[in-house]
Design a protein around this ligand. Structure first.
Ligand code: HMG
Length: 421
C-alpha cells in the first residue's frame, strides 16, 4: 500500500535580518554566525504574525498549490511548541481558517521540535489502518523560536510553518511505513516555562543530547529493520540515500549530525583533520548542505525545520532523485527523536519549482537590528494588552492572514480583510 506526501507548502514572516548586522550589533565576529553556525539570515515575526497566522498561511498555500478540497481532510494535526493558549489548540483556529469539515479529527502535539514528526507518524498510521476511507491527513508544523536578546541562542532564532498533505497518492514522497526508530530520555537541554516567552537552554549540552538521540534512534531503526527481516545486520542505513535530512536548529548542527551518522555506519569515530573526516564533510556538502538554503536564510523553525529542508530538497531535486531514498531525523529537546526513510516519487519532478522558495525569500523585506528589537519587544507584550489592535500597516505587512490582538480575552484574527469570530 502506497502512503506518503502528496503536497507540501510553507510560510515565513515578511521580514528578516542579516546575520552580519546582528553580529555587528552584538560585537561578535560575523564569521561565527556565518561559518561557525552556518546561518546567513534570520526570519523575524512581527506582532501580527503568530504561530496561528504562519500555520494558516502554509495551509492556505498548500490548498491552493495542490488543489486540495478542504472536505477531503479527515485528520488535522498541528505540531508546535509555540502554543497560544493552555487549552485551545492552534488546530482549532486552523479548522476555522481553512474551512475544514465538522467530521474532521483535530488536535495539537507538543514534543518540542519533534511534535510535527510525531504528527506525521500518527497520520501515516491512520492511513495504514484503513480508517481514512479515501480521505487525507493534514499535518502543520508551526513555530517561532525566541531566545533572549544578546544571549548565545539569539543567533539561532527563526519563524515559519510547513504544511504537509499525507494520503494514499504520495505524488512527492512515499513513506517507508514498515520501519522507524525512536529514542527518548528526560534531559533538561532546552525548555520554556509556562510564564516565559523565550526559551531557556543549555546550549552545548543540547548539542550532546541531539547527537545521543541520533545514535539511539538510528540503532533502534536498524534493530527494527533486522527484526522485521527487511535489513541485513551489516547493511548501511544511509548509503543508498540521495539526501540525508536532519532537524536543523542551525546549519552546522546538521553537519555534526551527518558526520555522527557516518561514524555510526563506519563503527568508529573520525579524527578531526583526518582524510576520512574530510570525506565525511564532503559527503555532507553533497547529500545534506544543498537542501539547507531555506534553513540558513530563515533560521530555526523548531518543529518545522526538518520539513523546511525536505521542501528545499523537493524543489531543487532533479530527475535522477526519482525512486531514490531519503533519510529523515527529527529531534525534539527534552527529549524525543525519530529516524525514518522515504522514497522520492515520480510525481515529484512535475512539482519541482512550482512555488519556488527563492521567489518567496526574495519577496521578504530586510530590516535593521533596531527594528528587529522593536518587533521583539512588541511581540513580548502583545497578548497581555486587552483591546489593543495591532495594525498591519505599522509593521509594513501585506499578508492576508493576521493576528490583531486580544479582545474580551479572545485572540482576534483576520483573513482577507475579514475579522474571524
Ligand atoms: P556559543 O557558545 O555562542 O557558540 O553557542 P560556540 O562558541 O559554540 O561557537 C559556535 C560555532 O562557531 C563553533 O563551531 C565555533 O568553533 C564556531 P563548532 O566547534 O561547534 O564546530 N566559531 C567560529 N567560526 C568561525 N569564526 C569565528 C568563530 N567563533 C566561533 N570567529 C549554541 C552556540 C549553538 C550553543 C547557541 O547558539 C545556542 O545555545 N543555541 C540554542 C540551542 C541549540 O540550537 N541547540 C542545538 C541542539 S538542540 C536542538 O536542536 C533542539 C532545539 O531546536 C529546540 C527544540 O527541540 O525544541 C534547540
Amino acid at each position: 500500500m502506497q502512503i506518503g506526501l502528496e503536497g507540501i507548502a510553507f510560510d515565513i514572516p515578511e521580514h528578516f535580518i542579516d546575520m552580519r548586522e546582528l553580529a555587528g550589533a552584538r560585537g561578535v565576529d560575523p564569521a561565527k554566525y556565518l561559518q561557525g553556525l552556518g546561518q546567513l539570515e534570520m526570519a523575524v515575526a512581527s506582532p501580527c504574525e503568530d504561530s496561528v497566522v504562519l500555520a494558516a498561511g502554509a495551509g492556505r498555500r498548500l490548498f491552493a498549490n495542490f488543489d486540495v478540497d478542504p472536505s477531503s481532510i479527515s485528520l488535522l494535526i498541528v505540531g508546535t511548541e509555540t502554543g497560544i493558549d493552555h487549552s485551545l489548540s492552534i488546530a482549532s483556529y486552523l479548522h476555522l481558517m481553512l474551512g475544514l469539515s465538522d467530521d474532521c479529527r483535530i488536535f495539537e502535539i507538543k514534543q518540542a521540535c519533534y511534535g510535527a514528526m510525531a504528527g506525521v507518524a500518527m497520520g501515516i498510521n491512520y492511513l495504514l489502518s484503513g480508517k481514512a476511507l479515501g480521505k487525507k491527513v493534514l499535518v502543520v508544523a508551526t513555530d517561532i523560536a525566541r531566545y533572549g536578546q544578546g544571549s548565545s541562542g539569539e543567533a539561532t532564532q527563526g519563524a515559519g510553518a510547513v504544511a504537509l498533505l499525507l494520503s494514499h497518492q504520495p505524488r512527492l514522497v512515499e513513506w517507508e511505513a514498515r520501519i522507524d526508530g525512536y529514542y527518548a530520555r528526560h534531559v533538561m537541554d532546552f525548555w520554556r516555562p509556562l510564564d516565559a516567552q523565550e526559551a531557556c537552554v543549555e546550549g552545548h549540552y543540547s548539542i550532546d543530547c541531539y547527537l545521543a538521540a541520533l545514535e539511539g534512534a538510528y540503532r533502534h531503526y536498524k534493530a527494527n529493520g533486522v527484526r522485521a527481516g527487511l535489513m541485513e545486520v551489516k547493511e548501511d542505513v544511509q548509503k543508498r540515500c540521495v539526501a540525508c535530512l536532519y532537524h536543523v536548529p542551525y546549519v552546522k548542527m546538521a553537519q555534526k549530525a551527518h558526520i555522527k551518522l557516518l561514524e555510526l555506519e563506519a563503527g568508529c569515530a573520525f579524527e578531526k583533520e583526518s582524510p576520512v573526516f574530510a570525506a565525511a564533510r564532503e559527503d555532507f556538502c553533497r547529500r545534506t548542505l544543498p537542501f539547507l538554503e531555506l534553513n540558513s536564510r530563515v533560521g530555526n523553525v523548531y518543529t518545522a525545520s526538518l520539513f523546511l529542508s525536505l521542501l528545499n530538497f523537493l524543489e531543487i531535486a532533479t530527475q535522477e532523485a526519482v525512486g531514490k531514498e531519503l533519510s529523515l531525523f527529527s529531534y525534539g529537546s527534552g527529549c524525543g527523536a525519530e529516524f525514518v526513510r522515504a522514497r522520492v516519487s515520480v510525481g515529484a519532478t512535475k512539482w519541482m519549482q512550482k512555488d519556488s522558495f527563492r521567489t518567496r525569500l526574495a519577496a521578504r523585506r530586510l530590516i535593521g537590528i533596531g527594528r528587529y528589537e522593536e518587533m521583539a519587544t512588541a511581540c513580548r507584550g502583545r497578548d497581555k494588552e486587552e483591546g489593543r489592535v495591532y495594525l498591519p500597516e505599522k509593521w509594513n505587512l501585506t499578508r492576508s492572514e493576521l493576528y490583531l490582538g486580544v479582545k474580551g480575552r479572545k485572540r482576534v484574527y483576520a483573513i482577507d480583510g475579514k475579522i474571524l469570530e
